[in-house]
Design a protein around this ligand. Structure first.
Ligand SMILES: Nc1ncnc2c1ncn2[C@@H]1O[C@H](COP(=O)(O)OP(=O)(O)OP(=O)(O)O)[C@@H](O)[C@H]1O
Ligand SMILES: [Mg+2]
Length: 276
């Protein structure tokens, strides 16, 4: 579990994060959503220790990360896997060497043991036998999967993904989302995903923190979003008229004000359907 308590962060006197509070649980996908520039990446960087917040606490399993000394912070960092925006693979290294990188840094394992672990995570992301390929030879979706394999190679308790779907088509995005969700459940990871992909919100958003101008504007689950009356959230999520209509229909359907398809079928009855 990760808890954020009243995080604030400014750059040159300009407030970027203005009091973010959230609880992100293990075994679920915790999403940070919001418009471009709303502070998602800055908040994530504060969480993993790349930025130091000006105020507030970040608790990992109840321990305040911001108050830790460097040695203690390193221990937490070992439990963190991160998938960077654009995958951030080393272009000059093969897939195998990219994934082995954290093992070389943090373990004293034999080459054989490291190789076995690399093959295990490669199989997990459905990229068996790509060991000797270079990043330039991979598609965008494959690069993301290598990035995920590298992020989970040390068996992290915490997984951070910054815009895992950027640059991917909707179907490949779905494959990546599902993989992140499966891994999260399988290994009981506290996963934090920055996104503005609405498919991801609906597909994997167990917990959603909506940031607006550096402030927490709304929190809830993907199911609660449909019924939320928060105007800023609705304008952000249901940006097009088409989606707003779809949301309205869904709400009316749920409240029984309009019949859904099944009810219509029941009301009409097969005997009353037009013949031919
Ligand atoms: N190192 C920095 N120094 C100064 N300002 C910064 C720095 N990093 C980010 N900012 C500012 O903080 C604000 C929030 O940026 P951030 O990258 O967190 O947005 P975001 O929500 O991740 O946007 P996007 O969806 O485009 O990735 C922006 O106004 C940005 O200019
Ligand atoms: Mg960002």
């Amino acid at each position: 579990m990760i808890e954020l308590k009243n995080i604030r962060k400014s750059f040159d006197g300009r407030t970027v994060i203005d009091g973010a509070t959230a609880t992100m649980k293990a075994g679920q996908c915790n999403l940070i959503i919001g418009a471009s520039g709303s502070g998602k990446t800055v908040l994530m960087k504060c969480m993993v220790g790349l930025f130091e917040p000006d105020e507030g606490e970040i608790l990992y399993g109840g321990q305040d990360f911001t108050a830790m000394n460097n040695k203690e912070k390193t221990e937490i960092r070992k439990e963190i896997g991160m998938l960077f925006q654009g995958s951030a693979l080393f272009d000059s290294l093969t897939v195998e060497k990219n994934i082995m990188f954290p093992l070389n840094m943090f373990t004293e394992w034999s080459h054989q043991k490291k190789l076995e672990r690399v093959n295990e995570v490669l199989a997990r992301v459905n990229l068996k036998d790509t060991n000797k390929k270079f990043p330039a030879e991979l598609s965008g979706g494959m690069k993301k999967r290598v990035g995920i394999a590298r992020a989970i190679v040390l068996n992290p308790k915490y997984l951070f993904c910054d815009e895992p779907n950027s640059g991917l088509d909707p179907q490949t995005s779905l494959v990546i989302d599902k993989l992140i969700k499966e891994i999260t459940i399988e290994y009981n990871i506290t996963t934090v995903v920055n996104t503005h992909d609405m498919n991801s919100v609906m597909e994997i958003g167990d917990y959603i923190l909506y940031m607006h101008k550096g402030k927490k504007e709304w929190e809830g689950s993907n199911k609660q979003i449909i019924f939320s009356k928060n105007q800023l959230l609705n304008e952000f999520i249901f940006a097009s008229e088409f989606l707003r209509d779809a949301k309205e229909m869904r709400m009316l359907e749920e409240t029984g004000k309009i019949p859904n398809n099944r009810n219509i079928d029941e009301m009409i009855g097969p005997e009353n359907l037009p013949k031919g």
